[in-house]
Design a protein around this ligand. Sequence first.
Ligand code: KG4
Ligand code: ZN
Length: 337
Amino acid sequence: MDPKILAIESSCDETSASVISNGKVLNNVIASQSVHHKYGGVVPELASRAHQKNIVHIVNETLTSSGIKKNELDAIAFTKGPGLLGALLVGVSFAKSMALALDIPLIEVNHMQAHVLSHFIDEPKPRFPFLCLTVSGGHTQIVLVKDHLDMTVIGETQDDAVGEAFDKAAKMMGLPYPGGPMIDKLAREGNPNAFRFPITSMPALDFSFSGIKTAFLYFIRDEVAKDPSFIELRKNDICASIQKHLVDMLLEKLEKASVEMNIKQIAIAGGVSANSGLRDGLKRKGEQLGWETYIPDFQYCTDNAAMVAIVAHYKYQKKIFSNLNASPMARMPLNIK
Ligand code: KG4
Ligand code: ZN
């Protein structure tokens, strides 16, 4: 059997669809929502409306470019959560209607599990067990991945996510949204050792990013008080320094996790895994410590439906289907057997 599955992602501000056939992702169509830029962050109500507007043509385009007809599909997969409730509702309702109309199974997918399994879309694929640092706008987790559908969070942020720290730091500097990619870009021209920030230490494998956000706010406030042109004059150095600080916090815990779990297969995933400082830092650390490192293709770092499709493929193999009463969940545990 060669199962063909349509997957839909709508957890935040990208409307995306993908078709997978026999474990091979055929496409990954994404509509990013520019409506949020002028507000400096994602506005949930506007995100839901934009999903509603985009979803029909994104799904049609995905089916057309995959060459697969609706009636050839074997299942419909959707992101159940975590994410923005109104945004998720659009994807869940659309997927349910399609599954009902075509009389085929529905498959629900955990968004964070999908980020982890983005490593199974293309080669090279990590061997089990491996550790995955999953870093996005809403999450910062170290995940012990025992099998495709068997993973446990062994460390996570106790307050803000690292993506949020990137975005807020950018906002404090007056940079446009989304701030993470902007900091990354400016950091390339800056000195990462120009400024130092206080280290927040957390027990075990957990993280905390709220302290650095506050420290950065005071740093900017004090420097601007001394020289109103401070940000303009030192933009690149500030970005390089805050990026280095955040990346060091992530890599330090990842190293600790590798030692504690005695695992040297190390992956990163999620929007912040697109960050060049993190990608280079992981490669360097991997070379020093003898890790085998896995870094996703750029198109699979930020939100996309290809990663939802790959989870759906493994669930389909085990016949793990959802019922038509499935509801979206803004918060959702990752620990799935
Ligand atoms: O996974 P994702 O697309 O959505 C969530 O599930 O949250 O991650 C979005 C986050 C945002 O905070 C964004 O600023 C950050 O990923 N991000 C980056 C970069 N590209 C995206 N942060 C730092 N450097 C980047 N190049
Ligand atoms: Zn995400």
